[in-house]
Design a protein around this ligand. Structure first.
Ligand code: FAD
Ligand code: PYC
Length: 415
C-alpha cells in the first residue's frame, strides 16, 4: 500500500488509529503445500520467495512468539560480505546485492545505510593477517581496502591513537558497501509482501513435534493443533538443534547467548561501523543517536536469553580503551539472543537427513546480513528438493566429507 503525504498527515493527527494491518492474522489451516518453522527474517523471506519465485502460495509461516522477536529483532544490524572463502563470498554477497534493492522490491524502507565497516588492527601480526584477508577478498571480487593508521585516523578521529594505548591502532581494513539496515523493517517488509501473495503468517504457534512416516515428515504438532504439508523448512534460529532432535537427527552445532547493548543517544559522532577483533568489541551509531555495541559469544553454551555479566563488562572495557570519549555515557539497555554456531562457523543449508524437511540453520552470530539469501535458498530447496549452486557447498554432508568452510575469522568479532 502507498500513502500520500496528505494521508500520512491525517493518520498522524488522528493518533495513528486508522492504519490498516500490514498483514493478516489468519487461523492455522489443517494443510498447506509448504510450512516454514520460524517467523524470523529468514523464515518470512523464505515464504515470500516460495510465493514470488516458485508460485507456491499455500504457505504458512509458524512463529511461536511474534515475528521478528527472535534474533532478527535482537541483532546489531550489520550487513557486509567481507568473508574469506569464495563459497562464503558468493553467499553473503548475493545477500548484500539483494539488500541493495530490497526497499524497492518490497516497497518498504529497510533503511539500508552503506556507511562502511571498519576493522581495526592493533598489532603487526593482526595487520599481516588483515593483508592476507584483504587479498583473498579482492581475489573474490569484494570491495575491501587495507588502511594504514593515518587512513583509519581520518575516518575515526576520536579513537585513541596514542602510542601508549593498551590497544594501539596500527591500521585496518574497510568494506565500503557494508553498513547497517533496520532489522525490524526487514522482517516486516518480507511479512507484508508475503502476506500480499497469500502466505499465512501464524503467530503464537509453537511447533512441538514432527509426525514422520516412511522417512518423510507428514505433519507437525503445534500449540494450535496439527498441520500437514508437502515440504517443510526449519528456520528457527537458536532452537534448530532442539527441533532437529525431535525430527530424529542431530545438527553439528552448539547454541550460545550473544549479547549487545545500547548507550543513551548522543549527537552524531560515528559514521561507520567500527570493529576491533582483539578487544571483542564493535560499535555503530543508530539513527536515534544511541551507540549500538556488542560482544563475542558468551563463554559457555546456554539457552538463557540474557547473557552473562563478565562478557558485558569486557565489551564495555574494550570500547572505552579504543573510544575513551564514550566514558561518561550511560548504558540504556543490554540483551542477548541465542545463536546456533556450527563447528566450522558456516551455515547449514538445503535438504536434511529427513526427506522433505529442509534446513536453514547455523547462521551463528552473523545471519542478519544473510536474511535474503537464507530465505531465497531455503525456498529453492523446499520447492525443488535440491540445492541452488550457491547453497550447495553448505550442505550438511560436509560434516561427513570434511569439506568444511571454516569462517571463524570471517565471522569476525563474535567467535
Ligand atoms: P530468528 O529471527 O531468531 O527467527 C527464528 C524464529 O523461530 C524466532 O522468532 C523464534 O521465536 C522461532 N521459533 C523458535 N522455536 C520455534 C518453534 N518451536 N516453533 C515456532 N517458532 C519457533 N547478524 C548479522 O549479520 N549482523 C549483526 O550485526 C548481528 N548482530 C547480532 C547481535 C546479537 C546480539 C545477536 C543475538 C545476533 C546477531 N546477529 C547478527 C545474528 C543474527 O541476528 C541471526 O543470525 C539472524 O537474525 C537469524 O535470523 P533468523 O530469521 O534465522 O532467526
Ligand atoms: O556478523 O557482522 C557480523 C556481526 C557483528 C556482530 C555480530 N555479528
Amino acid at each position: 500500500m502507498r500513502y500520500s503525504s496528505l494521508s500520512l498527515l491525517r493518520q498522524g493527527l488522528a493518533g495513528h488509529e486508522g492504519w490498516p494491518q500490514a498483514w493478516r492474522s489468519p487461523d492455522l489451516k489443517p494443510s498447506y503445500d509448504a510450512v516454514v518453522i520460524g517467523g524470523g527474517g529468514h523464515g518470512l523471506a523464505c515464504a515470500y520467495y516460495l510465493a514470488k519465485v516458485h508460485g507456491i502460495r499455500r504457505v504458512a509461516v509458524l512463529e511461536r512468539g511474534w515475528i521478528g522477536g527472535g534474533n532478527t529483532g535482537r541483532n546489531t544490524t550489520i550487513v557486509r560480505s567481507n568473508y574469506f572463502f569464495p563459497e562464503s563470498v558468493a553467499l553473503f554477497d548475493f545477500a548484500l546485492r539483494q539488500y541493495e534493492q530490497l526497499s524497492e522490491e518490497l516497497n518498504y524502507n529497510i533503511m539500508l545505510s552503506q556507511r562502511g565497516i571498519m576493522n581495526i588492527g592493533h598489532s603487526d601480526h593482526q595487520m599481516e593477517m588483515m593483508a592476507r584477508n584483504v587479498n583473498a577478498m579482492l581475489v573474490n571480487g569484494i570491495d575491501v581496502e587495507l588502511l594504514d593508521a593515518q587512513q583509519v585516523r581520518s575516518e575515526l578521529p576520536m579513537a585513541n591513537f596514542s602510542p601508549d594505548a593498551r590497544y594501539p591502532i596500527m591500521g585496518g581494513f574497510t568494506q565500503r558497501r557494508g553498513g547497517v539496515a533496520r532489522h525490524d523493517a526487514v522482517a516486516w517488509g518480507y511479512a507484508r509482501a508475503a502476506d500480499a501473495l497469500g502466505v499465512d503468517i501464524v503467530q503464537n504457534c509453537e511447533v512441538r513435534d514432527f509426525r514422520i512416516e516412511g522417512g518423510r515428515v507428514v505433519g507437525l504438532e503445534t500449540s494450535l493443533g496439527p498441520v500437514s504439508a508437502g515440504a517443510f523448512g526449519l528456520s528457527a534460529s537458536g532452537h534448530n538443534g532442539v527441533l532437529a532432535k525431535k525430527a530424529g537427527f542431530r545438527l553439528p552445532l552448539t547454541s550460545y547467548a550473544l549479547q549487545a547493548m545500547v548507550s543513551e543517544p548522543i549527537k552524531p559522532v560515528l559514521d561507520t561501523v567500527a570493529m576491533s577483533w582483539a578487544t571483542g568489541m564493535y560499535v555503530s551509531q543508530s539513527d536515534k543517536g544511541e551507540l549500538v555495541f556488542g560482544a563475542g559469544l558468551d563463554l559457555y553454551p546456554s539457552y538463557a536469553q540474557r547473557g552473562n555479566l563478565p562478557v558485558t563488562q569486557g565489551v564495555v572495557a574494550g570500547m572505552l580503551e579504543i573510544f575513551p570519549l564514550f566514558r561518561g555515557l550511560r548504558m540504556l539497555r543490554q540483551w542477548a539472543g541465542i545463536v546456533d554456531v556450527p563447528w566450522d562457523y558456516s551455515p547449514i543449508l538445503g535438504p536434511s537427513p529427513v526427506g522433505n524437511l529442509h534446513l536453514n540453520t547455523g547462521w551463528g552470530t552473523g545471519g542478519f546480513k544473510a536474511t535474503p539469501a537464507g530465505g531465497y535458498f531455503l525456498a529453492h530447496s523446499m520447492a525443488t528438493g535440491g540445492h541452488h549452486p550457491i547453497s550447495a557447498p553448505f550442505d550438511i554432508s560436509r560434516f561427513h566429507t570434511g569439506a568444511f568452510i571454516d569462517e571463524a575469522a570471517g565471522a569476525g568479532i563474535s567467535h
